[in-house]
Design a protein around this ligand. Structure first.
Ligand code: PLP
Length: 374
């Protein structure tokens, strides 16, 4: 008999406890502690970029990134419809408007062939999201951005260590945001980071993160702009530093999981997995399957229920941004067709994907999917 197999559990297998204990025992628990700068430096090095700014979650990392980029009311940002809600919400926080593009039917990332038709004189930026760790077609996105004079603002919340054409996420855009939520490939429980190679953006990120205290001037309590408290605590950064020390190890575990799912599911008709972007290194944050009910002979709901009876947890995939009432109320144009996104929402779900899954567990999950067909 197997244990209950959760959809995701954090793996904290290095110096996490030691560093957190050190932070607690020395009393350095706020954002002033040494682990914040250590974590930022280590993560910047890992991505191969000059600057990293730690914040308290991935959603505010996106807001901070858009703020530093100068986005605001009257601007439009191209966002995939198939993404986590924070990608679109962060655009709304600035007053700008998310403009939606459907997903590619194989990679499930933004369909680059459909970006240009959504560009207007108000478009200021493209926000690629590397869905489930699969890097977007960045050469094509960069070409479009150059031709239309747009920024590329990357939501790499799911893509720590992912690569496109040999270049790591973090170095693929003007500014890049990451999340360290508990289920992400690297985690601090709650946390986020923005990285960039630009010293100007670096200053803006630190300025807005800390309620717009002047960066270098002596601290007088006069604030020229409206800023935010998005600082990360030393306790979270202690976890983060320990995680980055083993980033390649953690990345390897997720890639190994995906290869096993591939191995055990590939010959089942009516079951599809995400296809890797040809020039990309997919870090497989999550393994999702797309059921084709007519071919497989069972609906998604029936498969999920059968897995649940066998102690296997699953999760539904994102509901498309074009279906979100909040975004409709905000004024986002949700008309038009998003057939790929709709199919993923309707027929897709996540399989257990945590870094600590064993091959036996993955084989068991796959055997139960096979059995679900009856
Ligand atoms: C997880 C995630 C976020 C938000 O991160 P939080 O740390 O949960 O706020 C943003 N975008 C995408 C694509 C994500 O998967």
């Amino acid at each position: 008999m197997y244990r209950f197999i959760p959809v995701c559990e954090p793996l904290l297998s290095g110096n996490e406890l030691r560093y957190v204990t050190e932070a607690v025992s020395t009393g350095w628990i706020s954002s002033s502690g040494k682990y914040v700068t250590k974590f930022e430096q280590a993560f910047a090095d890992y991505c191969g970029v000059k600057y990293a700014v730690a914040v308290c979650n991935g959603t505010v990392a996106l807001h901070l990134l858009l703020t530093a980029a100068g986005l605001g009311k009257g601007d439009e940002v191209i966002v995939p419809s198939f993404t986590m809600i924070a990608s679109a919400f962060a655009v709304c926080y600035t007053g700008a408007l998310p403009v939606l593009v459907d997903a590619d039917k194989d990679t499930w990332n933004i369909d680059t062939a459909k970006i240009e038709e959504k560009i207007t004189p108000k478009t200021k930026a493209i926000m690629p999201v590397h869905i489930f760790g699969n890097p977007c077609r960045m050469a094509e996105i960069q070409r479009i951005a150059r031709e239309h004079n747009l920024l590329v603002l990357d939501d790499a919340a799911e893509a720590h260590g992912a690569e496109y054409a040999g270049v790591k996420a973090g170095k693929l855009a003007d500014l890049t945001a990451f999340s360290f939520f508990a289920n992400k490939n690297l985690t601090t429980g709650e946390g986020g980071m923005v990285v960039t190679d630009s010293p100007e953006y670096y200053d803006k990120l630190r300025y807005y993160r800390n309620v717009c205290f002047p960066l270098d001037a002596p601290r007088v309590y006069q604030h020229e702009d409206i800023g935010f408290n998005y600082r990360m605590s030393n306790l979270h950064a202690a976890l983060g530093l320990a995680q980055v020390e083993k980033a390649d190890y953690y990345r390897g575990l997720r890639i190994k999981n995906a290869a096993l799912y591939q191995k055990y599911l590939t010959d089942i008709e009516g079951i599809r997995l995400q296809r890797d972007e040809p020039q990309g290194l997919n870090v497989h944050w999550m393994n999702a399957v797309l059921i084709e009910p007519r071919v497989f002979g069972r609906t998604k709901e029936q498969v999920i229920e059968y897995l649940q009876q066998n102690g296997i947890e699953t999760r539904l995939l994102f509901t498309g941004m074009h279906q979100q009432n909040s975004l409709k109320k905000y004024g986002c144009d949700c008309t038009g067709e998003y057939p790929v996104c709709d199919k993923l929402t309707e027929n897709g779900f996540y399989l257990p994907s945590g870094s600590n899954l064993t091959e036996d567990e993955i084989e068991f999950v796959c055997a139960k999917i096979r059995e679900a067909r009856g």
